[in-house]
Every structure is written in C-alpha cells, then in structure tokens.
Write a protein that binds this ligand. Structure first.
Ligand code: AMP
Ligand code: MG
Length: 491
C-alpha cells in the first residue's frame, strides 16, 4: 500500500459521516511536499512526488486502502447555533499510524462538494491553502499542537469568490478531526447511542490512559471532558505565548484532541496588543487575543452540556457534575499560562510575584507599542553574561524599561540557572509568519505563479529559534504601510 491506511472512524455507524469520493481536478501541479512528515507517516515521499502521488493529493486518484468520507458535525459559530455543518470541502481519505505509534487522519481540503457543502463549491483558493501550509507548519516548529501540512497542489482550475482565483488542495494531517461540534451534533439530535460511541472512540483514541473497558459511560464522559479541558487550556496558553490569534474559535473548529485547526483568518500580532483581532467578520472582537482563554472556556462548557445525557440519566445530577468539572478550566489555563510565561522570561523556580512581573512587561510593551516577538527575543539576548546584540537594531527597549529590567534581573539572581539564555532562545522565536510576509507570498503565487517567497518562508520557519540564514526582512516588524490589519476566511 502506498499509504498504509488503518481506518477506524469509518467503522462507526453511518450516521457519523457520508461516504464521499473526492471530485477530480483538471491538472494537478505540485506546490510543496513535506518529505519529513511523509516519512513519519510511512509514506514514500518519492511516490508522493510522482504523478500518482500528486493525483492522490489532488483527489484524482484513490490510493489502495482509502475509504473516503465527509464527517458530520454541528456547532456554535460566533455564538450562534448551527445544527447542521460537516466537511463541506474536506474529505477524509483515512487514517495512518505514525512512527510515534499514534493515529493520524489524512484529509484533503478543497477536494470537492459533499452532502454538507450547502451553497459552497467544496473548493479552496490557492491563498488559504498557502496560509494553512505556512502557519500550521510554523506552529509545529514552535511546539504548538496543531494539524499539519503533508502536501499542497494546484488544481489547474479557477475558483470563483468575488473574483476568479487559482484553485488548490491541501493534504492535512491531524490526530483526528473530532470536534466539540461533532459531540454537539449528536446531542442536539438526542442520539444518546451515538454520543456513547463517540465518547468511547475519542477517549480511547486520544486519552488511552484514561480509558478502560470496565468504566461506565458516565465515567468515560467525565474523563473525556476533563482531558479536553486540559488540552484546550494548554493549547490556548501556547497560542498566547506566540501572539497567535486564531480568529474563528467556533465550537466546530475546536478539536477534542487539543490540536489547532482551521487556519482561516488567523494571524500573529506584530505590536503587542491584547485587543488584537484580524478577522474581517469578527466585528465585536469576540475572538480577540485577550478573549481566547474565555472563549475556550465557553466552548468546553458547550461540550459539557452536550455530554449531559451520557453523564447521567438524571439531568439534574448530570448538570451538577458537568458544572463541577468546568470549574477546573480556569486553573488549568492559569497553570499552563504562567508556566509558559516563566519559560519565556527564563525562570525555572516559582515565585508568587512572577505573574505581576510578566504583566508589568506586557503592559510596557503595550504602552510603547513594541513588537511582541522581537521584544522577547531581545530579552533572551540580554539574559546572557555578554548579551548578544543581534536583535537590538530591530527591537531594543526604551529607558522606560529600566526599572522593570532591574526587577527582572533581581528575580533572575534569585535562582541558579546556567541554562537561562539557552532556554529563552529556544522558547522565544526570532521569526514568526508575519501577516505582511504571508500576504506577499500569497500575492506572488496567485498573480505571478511564483512560489519563491512561499518556499523561503516555509524553509526558514522550520527553524524559528535560529537566526541563521534569516535576512532582516524576514525578522523585522512591518513598516506602517506594510501592516496587514485584516484577514479573511477565504472560503
Ligand atoms: P469554516 O469557517 O472554515 O470553519 O467553515 C464552516 C463550514 O462551512 C464548514 O462546515 C465547512 O465545511 C463549510 N465550508 C466552508 N467553505 C466551503 C466551501 N468552499 N464549500 C463548501 N463548504 C464550505
Ligand atoms: Mg471549520
């Protein structure tokens, strides 16, 4: 088998999905193949680059062992309930086991219409495919849990949005695509049998340490809720650490595995701004940077509510248990958040003033409109005996930071940490996929069919903690006229 499939989701009852073949495209053309990920999944990258491999990614060829489906789900979109969603432009070819013995979904996004496409064409324009490839692979390099990009191809067909755009398909890999919205779909239909099966499948698949055959359904549901809360809390904390604004944290875009998906309108902040919001459709700032932890809490509350029928037959009992469980979310987030901040500031011990130390730094960044990424990188350089001066020309600190610097240095002196600078340089990236660079790469590809900038960004983002080979252009914040203030879902 060219792709060593081992499919399980398709063995769930047929009301979990629709069998759906990808729709072929006119002329598949390679954009990029992720050799290292292919190898990790037991797929020969040479084959993936062959005509048959590219045809597979484009949806023109069905590899042996694939059992393609579109999965069904529901969800709250910007807080409004939508009872019927599903993979409208994505088709799950099947699952493979990676070299880490974990299971991964292989999904084609932009592979044509499905029963859940509603008015959509099931296709993806080139721009969003490049954005997803770039950003998801960068997130992986940062150590943030995420879906990944195995390959991207052009289709040789136009996609019509407000204008005619080149079409593309991305092969996406994730631990699964089971969403909060998947649970909500069955809960809203009062399909308790399906809910029980989904809980069992998900707990066994993602949290096997919490699963055993003797557990009751209720115990499984509560264990799943607890694990998902922790995973989501840790995920959002890891987003905050790199200044990532997801932009569309609808319950159908939040995976029970705790990986990031749906790189539609996402963006990284340049200047530190807790109110940062980029998505053109997020008028109220619901999904702004500072709201992400609160929204994650809201989302897991939706999950808890959907699990009520599995938690107990007695609704009152179940609701009480769900509420109790949900109280754990804020401490899970705060724990992950302060741990992440300590790493960024080069600390290994715990001091109760650390939160205020971190907040004071962030307040200064905000007041002086400094770049989030470069400021933490500069701080990392200052942590050395003889501070490196690489970044100072791109992002130094004004004298208003002097008091804070003394405070931080005093705090550092409280603990013996010879590896402080190493830790900080390996935690605070020097390069992020900045919006203006992504836009430039997309523009070059869409208008001039040149993928040079795209490849350069992907290559350099493989090592976001190393300055080697990176020009100032890739590192520095955008000039005022280059700042990209708005992003689009691109569906
Ligand atoms: P998203 O905003 O990307 O999370 O998508 C929300 C819903 O719309 C999902 O059910 C998608 O499958 C569906 N959708 C988005 N774009 C398209 C498209 N071009 N064709 C069909 N369905 C789509
Ligand atoms: Mg989505």
């Amino acid at each position: 088998m060219q792709v060593p499939f081992d499919n399980t989701y398709v063995k769930l009852p047929e009301r979990f999905y629709s069998k759906q073949l990808p729709s072929p495209v006119a002329e598949p053309g390679v954009i990029r193949i992720n050799d290292q990920l292919a190898d990790f999944l037991g797929i020969d990258s040479g084959w993936l680059r062959s005509e048959e491999g590219l045809s597979t990614v484009a949806g023109n060829h069905l590899p042996e062992g694939a059992d393609p489906i579109a999965t069904v789900y529901a969800g709250h979109q910007f807080g409004s309930w939508n009872p019927q969603l599903g993979d409208g432009r994505a088709i799950l070819l099947g699952e493979v086991i990676g070299k880490d013995d974990q299971r991964y979904d292989l999904q084609l996004k932009g592979a044509g219409q499905t029963p859940y496409s509603r008015m959509g064409d099931g296709r993806a324009p080139l721009g969003p495919v490049l954005r997803e490839y770039l950003v998801s692979e960068a997130m992986h390099a940062f150590g943030v849990r995420t879906s990944r990009a195995l390959a991207a191809v052009t289709t040789g067909e136009p996609v019509y949005r407000e204008e005619s755009l080149p079409g593309a398909v991305i092969a996406r890999v994730a631990s699964s695509h089971i969403r909060i919205g998947t649970v909500q779909f069955f809960a809203s239909r009062q399909d308790n049998e399906a809910l029980g099966l989904l809980v069992d499948h998900t707990l066994q698949r993602h949290y096997p340490g919490r699963h055993n055959a003797d557990m009751t359904d209720s115990e499984k549901a509560l264990a799943l809720l607890d694990e998902v809360m922790r995973a989501q809390a840790e995920l959002v904390a890891s987003w905050q650490m790199v200044g990532f604004v997801h932009g569309v944290m609808n319950t159908d875009n939040m995976l029970l595995s705790g990986e990031t998906i749906d790189y539609g309108p996402c963006a990284f902040m340049d200047t530190y701004n807790p109110e940062a919001v980029f998505s053109s459709i997020d008028h109220g700032g619901r999904y702004a940077y500072r709201n992400q932890p609160g929204i994650a809490h809201w989302n897991v509350a939706c999950l808890a509510q959907a699990l009520v029928p599995v938690i107990s037959d007695d609704e009152e009992v179940a609701v009480e248990a769900a509420k109790d469980a949900l109280e754990q979310f804020p401490p899970y987030f705060l724990e992950a958040n302060i741990a992440g901040l300590r790493k960024k500031f080069g600390l290994i011990t715990e001091n109760e003033d650390d939160e205020s130390l971190a907040k004071a730094f962030l307040d200064l960044l905000e007041a002086h409109q400094l770049d989030f990424t470069l400021s933490f990188r500069r701080l990392s350089e200052l942590a050395g005996e003889e501070p490196e001066l690489n970044i100072s020309k791109l992002g130094g600190f004004p004298s208003a930071f002097d008091d804070w610097m003394n405070r931080w240095q005093a705090r550092c002196q409280e603990e013996q940490h010879p590896e402080r600078q190493v830790q900080m340089l390996g935690t605070n990236p020097v390069m992020i996929p900045r919006n203006h660079l992504i836009e430039e790469a997309i523009q070059q590809a869409s208008e001039n069919e040149s993928f040079e900038s795209f490849h350069l960004l992907v290559d350099q983002l493989e090592t976001p903690f190393s300055q080697e080979g990176k020009t100032d252009k890739l590192l520095k914040r955008p000039r005022p006229e280059e700042v990209v203030r708005q992003t689009f879902c691109g569906t």
